[in-house]
Design a protein around this ligand. Structure first.
Ligand code: GRF
Length: 208
C-alpha cells in the first residue's frame, strides 16, 4: 500500500496509441495501490485506443492533432495551457510519439517521465526493438527517464533488462519489453508520488 500522507498526485498521461501502459496506471490507481489521480489523457492521434480506455474509466480525454497547430512549439504551448489548467504535477509520456520542445520541458521541469523500449543510451529514437534485433544484442529492455531537451537523453529513473531470443521478431520482442515496461513505469511513478526521487545533474537518486 502507498503512504497516504500526501493528496493524490495529479497526473496527465499523453499517448498516441494503444495505451497499455496507461491501462496499467489506471488499474493501479483504481486498486488503491498508487496514490495518484489521472486528471486528463491527451492524444495526438484521434483514433488512439487509449482514448477509449480513458473514457471507460471516466477520465477526461482530449485530442490535439498535430495538424491543428503550425509547429511543435505552438502545439506544446496549447498542451501546457491545458495541463496547467488541470493543475497537473507530473506528466507521463506513455507512448506519446512526439518530441517535446523546450516549451513543455520548461513548464514541467523534472516532472515529465517517458518510457522508452530499450536500455538507454542504446537505441534511442524510433524502432528501438528492431534496432536491437539488427544489432544482435543478447539483452535489451526498457527505461523510464525524465525528459530533458534531447531525445531520450534525460536522467534515468529505472531500467529493466529483457533477453533477446534467437527467433524473436520485432513484435515478439516488443511484447516482452512491454510487459517489463508495465512494471517499471508504475514503480517509477510510485517513487515520484512518494517523493523518493531526487535528481543530481544527470543522476537520479532514490531514497528508501
Ligand atoms: C511502448 O512500447 C513505449 O515504450 C513506446 O510506445 C509504446 C506504447 O505502448 N514509447 P502502449 O500504447 O502503452 O501500449
Amino acid at each position: 500500500m502507498t503512504m497516504a500522507h500526501h493528496p493524490p498526485c495529479r497526473l496527465a498521461v499523453l499517448i498516441s496509441g494503444s495505451g497499455t501502459n496507461l491501462q496499467v496506471i489506471i488499474d493501479r490507481i483504481e486498486a488503491g495501490e498508487l496514490n495518484a489521480e489521472i486528471v486528463c489523457v491527451l492524444s495526438n492521434q484521434p483514433d488512439a485506443f487509449g482514448l477509449e480506455r480513458a473514457t471507460r474509466h471516466g477520465i477526461p480525454a482530449l485530442v490535439h492533432e498535430n495538424s491543428a497547430f503550425p509547429d511543435r512549439r505552438s502545439y506544446d504551448a496549447a498542451t501546457v495551457e491545458i495541463l496547467k489548467s488541470h493543475n497537473v504535477e507530473l506528466v507521463i509520456l506513455a507512448g506519446f510519439m512526439r518530441i517535446l520542445t523546450e516549451v513543455m520541458v520548461n513548464a514541467f521541469p523534472r516532472a515529465i517521465m517517458n518510457i522508452h523500449p530499450a536500455l538507454l543510451p542504446a537505441f534511442p529514437g524510433l524502432h528501438s526493438q528492431q534496432q536491437a534485433l539488427d544489432y544482435g544484442v543478447r539483452f535489451t529492455g526498457c527505461t523510464v527517464h525524465f525528459v530533458d531537451y534531447g531525445t531520450d537523453t534525460g536522467p534515468i529513473i529505472l531500467q529493466s533488462v529483457v533477453p533477446v531470443e534467437q527467433n524473436d521478431t520485432e513484435e515478439s520482442l516488443s511484447d516482452r519489453i512491454r510487459t517489463a515496461e508495465h512494471q517499471i513505469f508504475v514503480r517509477a511513478i510510485q517513487l515520484y508520488v512518494d517523493r523518493k526521487i531526487s535528481v543530481m545533474g544527470r543522476k537520479v537518486l532514490i531514497s528508501s
